[in-house]
Design a protein. Structure first.
Length: 193
C-alpha cells in the first residue's frame, strides 16, 4: 500500500461522517435505554426499593445523552460547513423532507431531556445526578409545575418515539441491513455454543 493510499484510508476512518455515525448509534442505544427504563420505572409502585435507583440511572443516562448530542451537533455543524461552503445543496422536495425530519429529531432529542430536567427540578431541588454527582438545577423548585413537567416529558417522549419510527421507515434499507448483521452475529454466537 502506498503512502497516498494509507493517508486516504486513514482519513476515511477518522472522517467526520464516521464520527457522526458512531455517535448516532451511541445516541440510539441511550434513547432505547431511556425509553425502556423510563416506561418500566414509571409503572413501579413507590414501595419498590430500587425505584429511586432506576430514576437516578434514567437521569444519568439523560445527562450522558445531552453530552453526546452536543458533541454530535458540533461535528454535524463542521460537516455542514465543509460540505455547503464548497457547493450549495440541491433544494429538492426530498432534501427539504429529510432536513425537516432530521431537524425535528434534533429538536426532540434536546427537548425531551430538558423537559425531564424541568419535571425533576420542579419536583425537588438538586435531584438530578450524573452517576452520583449532583448537578445544579436548571429550573427552580415549583410544586405547581410538577404536573406540567410530567405531562410535557411524557408527551414529548412519545412524540419523539413517533418521529423515530418515521426516521426508521425513511431509512428502511439501513434498518434491514443492520437487522441482517445482528441476526448473523447472533446466529454465529449461538452456533459456537
Amino acid at each position: 500500500m502506498t503512502s497516498i493510499q494509507q493517508t486516504t484510508t486513514k482519513s476515511r476512518v477518522n472522517s467526520a461522517f464516521k464520527q457522526l455515525m458512531s455517535v448516532h448509534w451511541w445516541l440510539a442505544a441511550c434513547y432505547l435505554v431511556l425509553f425502556v427504563v423510563g416506561t418500566f420505572m414509571s409503572q413501579l409502585p413507590r414501595e419498590v426499593s430500587f425505584r429511586g435507583a432506576l430514576y437516578d440511572f434514567h437521569k444519568s443516562i439523560g445527562v450522558l445523552t445531552m453530552a453526546l448530542l452536543t458533541w454530535r451537533i458540533l461535528v454535524l455543524l463542521r460537516v455542514w460547513w465543509r460540505k455547503y461552503t464548497k457547493r450549495s445543496p440541491k433544494f429538492t422536495p426530498d432534501w427539504f423532507k429529510t432536513v425537516a425530519l432530521h431537524s425535528s429529531l434534533y429538536l426532540f432529542m434536546w427537548a425531551v431531556p430538558i423537559a425531564g430536567f424541568f419535571f425533576s427540578n420542579s419536583f425537588k431541588s438538586n435531584n438530578v445526578k450524573f452517576f452520583g454527582i449532583v448537578l445544579p438545577d436548571l429550573f427552580p423548585k415549583n410544586p405547581a409545575m410538577v404536573e406540567v413537567g410530567r405531562s410535557l416529558h411524557f408527551w414529548l417522549s412519545y412524540t419523539f418515539l413517533a418521529f423515530i419510527v418515521l426516521h426508521s421507515i425513511a431509512q428502511w434499507k439501513v434498518v434491514k441491513a443492520n437487522w441482517r448483521r445482528i441476526s448473523r452475529f447472533v446466529k454465529s454466537k449461538a452456533a459456537i455454543q
